[in-house]
Design a protein around this ligand. Structure first.
Ligand SMILES: Nc1nc2c([nH]c(=O)n2[C@H]2C[C@H](O)[C@@H](COP(=O)(O)OP(=O)(O)OP(=O)(O)O)O2)c(=O)[nH]1
Length: 137
């Protein structure tokens, strides 16, 4: 018997990078349709790459930091039919440089739980905020 596997969506990983009760939010500068909106820094997992490795690579490329992936937050959100957003926690290595917006972003903010709603998030990210808030207390 033959059948066709339904295509599985590709994963976009967003990092909830947490330090001292705050999470790092990043404002997108590109592409134009997303510019000005805030997100968890990250990007698409490449074929053959683990989600944790993708998260660590994207944080290095976008923010210049060395970080370690932690746990996945509950849930997965559809960005497009072929793209699924997962949010994973992450922590900076002790020797990591401070994050700077090197690529794709033009502003960074460390937000406490009460500040989470102060920025305009990409729509899918808002679903993850209660889970993130629970980690910041
Ligand atoms: N990185 C990131 N992307 C998000 C979040 N929420 C959300 O809807 N997205 C969307 C925006 C984009 O359509 C897509 C991720 O694309 P991206 O441009 O960050 O991926 P990438 O760095 O791998 O870039 P590329 O290979 O496509 O050039 O997921 C989020 O919290 N973080």
């Amino acid at each position: 018997m033959y059948w066709v596997e339904p295509p599985r969506p590709r994963v976009v990983v967003g990092a909830a990078l947490i330090r001292e009760g705050r999470v790092l939010a990043a404002r997108r500068s590109a592409p134009e349709a997303l510019a000005g909106k805030w997100e968890f820094p990250g990007g698409k997992v490449e074929p053959g790459e683990t989600v944790a490795a993708a998260l660590e690579r994207e944080l290095r490329e976008e923010l210049g930091v060395t970080a370690v992936a932690g746990e996945r937050l509950p849930g997965a959100w559809e960005v497009r039919a072929d793209l699924e957003l997962q949010i994973w926690t992450a922590t900076l290595d002790p020797g990591s440089p401070e994050p700077v917006p090197l690529q794709d972003h033009d502003a960074l903010r460390w937000l406490s739980a009460p500040q989470l709603r102060e920025v305009a998030w990409l729509p899918q990210d808002t679903f993850a905020l209660p889970h993130v808030a629970a980690l910041l207390r």
